[in-house]
Design a protein around this ligand. Structure first.
Ligand code: F6R
Length: 590
């Protein structure tokens, strides 16, 4: 949540460089934005409510070589210009952009007020430049004052501070990610790599409890607590600039849905020895738990079925935010599998902490290489989906399910069978996502766009996909959508069905097909307008969205047309599918 980006170096267009970079981070927050530049020895700040993508500001802060900016997802304080970051100190020599929450900010702010500091915003963040300023009265050194300030903070944070006097950037991390980009003519510091990807592919990761200070020529990493210097490796990232761009598509969400023509195959392309080792680790574990949040949690739920049907192994799913009370079942022989696109989700990190405190091992399945979860897990597998920029997760989900399914096959000594099935599925997805197919879904969206409620049913692994379908439709189109296990309907929810209520049935050619068709018939008898997502047509369907028959991989295929339907419902209803209201990608607060 919240995008952070700053630059210091020899370039003299730091203001517009930071604005451009922040546009690539807008998925992290988009209620307001701001940039601070060093001009004439002081901090100049521009901030506005709204999206930075609409800003054309090549004229802003000409001749500036030190800048830091932010796109905000409000936590403390409403969406106002005053609450937008950066925040400055009294003398306008320090500006700070911040991600996370400083829990004891009220107490610190009171202390600072008594020392003569005044505050203009309602944010916790504004105390940071003031506290650093206060400590700089005792030590002239900006970095030491920032380190000392961090010691006073409770909570999880990542902040970037610029100081006009020393011409430096300082970044500190306790919880929220920050990454350094090593440029030819200076250093970049950002919450995510896409901010600076067009300038450099060389990165250095700041770990939790670390700080970095740079003047654009030299850079020093150190321990936040002790000040001890830390040597960092430079790592070359593999994502390309093109992968992170919209290309010919109107929105990232549609691009990422279409990317699934290839991304499932990329997910399957794993090191076989590693998959076999992990499969053995799960087979030998005494208790395996699967956790994730939101869409990633639905991949975990689907994997419960994969592990049961394919590997005949019981694993326990819990939403990461509910994992706390499972600690009683954890021991050193237990295994926690965490699934996360961003690799930065706070609830998932918390679950990992709980597992580690019990000595259990953690396997991470992530998309973002070098993310905190990827680096802190004992074992890690990347799904290789490429950058996912739309807030709504699409290609990451199918990649996560493909990797989990591959592991399930390997657990039953059938890795080759799993690879074959998933690669065949990938080429079927490629055939399915042709322009005629996409148009058909767009026409369906046109037809049902004014409906206020929508229900989705599924059984077995299509049940988590029904839940996921509801998330997709809710978050981008704002239509009330709910997913159910088909068999649960007659226990209550069927009371909601009226004449013409759209109901999507997710069907496979499997042992539960007859049951889910019966459930669809029950809905139709109450007036439901039945959209069947299925390999074969059925007389109960009012509309049939044909999907290829993918056997045990049916869930991976069935979710894709519903992702597209959610996208087109959003567009038809005049909503921005890439940046839905109230949401942000990468939820780094609990
Ligand atoms: C919904 C969505 C979210 C994320 C969730 C977890 O479309 O994107 O529900 O799936 O916030 O995020 P990651 O996977 O980054 O841990």
């Amino acid at each position: 949540m919240c995008g952070i980006f700053g630059y210091v170096g020899q370039r003299n267009d730091a203001g517009s460089l930071v604005i451009d970079g922040l546009k690539n981070l807008e998925y992290r927050g988009y209620d307001s934005w701001g940039v601070a530049c060093k001009t004439n020895g002081k901090v100049t700040i521009e901030k506005e409510i709204g999206k930075i993508s609409t800003v054309e500001r090549a004229d802003f802060a000409q001749q500036c070589s030190l800048a830091a900016g932010h796109t905000r997802w409000a936590t403390h304080g409403g969406v106002t210009k005053l609450n937008a970051h950066p925040h400055a100190n009294s003398n306008q020599t320090i500006a700070v952009v911040h991600n996370g929450i400083i829990e004891n900010y009220q107490e610190i702010r009171e202390g600072l007020k008594q020392k003569g500091h005044s505050f203009v915003s309602e944010t916790d963040s504004e105390i940071i430049p003031h506290l650093i300023e206060e400590y700089m009265k005792e030590t002239d050194d900006f970095a030491s004052a920032a380190r000392r300030a961090c010691k006073d903070f409770d909570g999880r944070f990542g902040f970037l501070a610029l100081n006009t006097e020393s011409n430096t950037l300082v970044a500190a991390r306790r919880g929220s990610p920050l990454i350094v980009g090593v440029g030819k003519d200076g250093y970049f510091i950002a919450s995510d790599i896409p901010a600076f990807m067009e300038h450099t592919k060389l990165v250095q990761y700041l770990d939790d409890g670390e700080m970095v200070v740079t003047d654009g020529t030299n850079i020093i990493f150190s321990d936040l607590e002790t000040g001890e210097e830390i040597q960092k490796r430079e790592i070359e990232i593999t994502w390309s600039v093109e992968q992170a761009q919209k290309g010919e598509f109107d929105h990232f969400m549609l691009k990422e849905i279409m990317d699934q023509k290839e991304s499932v195959a990329r997910a399957v392309n794993q090191n076989e020895d590693q998959i076999i080792t992990l499969a053995e680790a799960i087979n030998n574990a005494q208790g395996t738990f699967l956790v994730g949040c939101g869409t990633a949690a639905k991949a975990c739920m689907a994997a419960e079925y994969f592990f049961s049907v394919i590997a005949e192994k019981h694993v326990n799913f819990a939403p990461a935010s509910e994992f706390k009370l499972y600690h009683h079942f954890l021991k050193p022989e237990s295994l926690l599998i965490v699934v996360s696109q961003s690799g930065e989700t706070a609830d998932v990190l918390e679950a990992m902490k709980i597992a580690k405190s019990k000595g259990s091992k953690v396997l991470a399945i992530c998309n973002v290489e070098g993310s905190t979860i990827d680096r802190e897990a004992d074992y890690s597998l990347l799904i290789n989906a490429g950058p996912e920029r739309a807030v709504a997760s699409t290609k990451a989900l199918t990649g996560q399910m493909a990797v989990l399914m591959l592991i399930a096959y390997a657990m039953n000594d059938k890795l080759r069978e799993g690879q074959k099935l998933l690669l065949e599925t990938s080429s079927k997805i490629n055939d399915m996502l042709n322009p005629r197919y996409v148009n058909f879904i767009e026409e369906l969206a046109e037809k049902i766009q004014d409906k206020s409620d929508l229900f989705i049913i599924g059984k077995s692994w299509n049940y988590p996909m029904a839940l996921e379908s509801a998330i997709k439709i809710q978050e981008v189109s704002y239509v009330h959508a709910e997913g159910f296990a088909g068999g649960e309907l007659k226990h209550g929810p069927i009371a909601l069905i009226e004449e013409g209520t759209p109901c999507i049935a997710l069907v496979g050619n499997d042992e539960v097909k007859a049951d889910i068709i019966s459930n669809a018939i029950e809905l139709k008898a109450r007036g439901g307008f039945i959209v069947g997502v299925a390999p074969e047509n059925n007389e109960v369907f009012d509309v049939w969205i044909k999907v290829p028959d993918a056997g045990t991989a049916q869930a991976i295929v069935n979710i894709i047309p519903v992702q597209a339907l959610a996208y087109f419902l959003a567009v038809k209803r005049g909503k921005d599918p890439d940046m839905p209201r109230n949401l942000a990608k990468s939820v780094t607060v609990k």
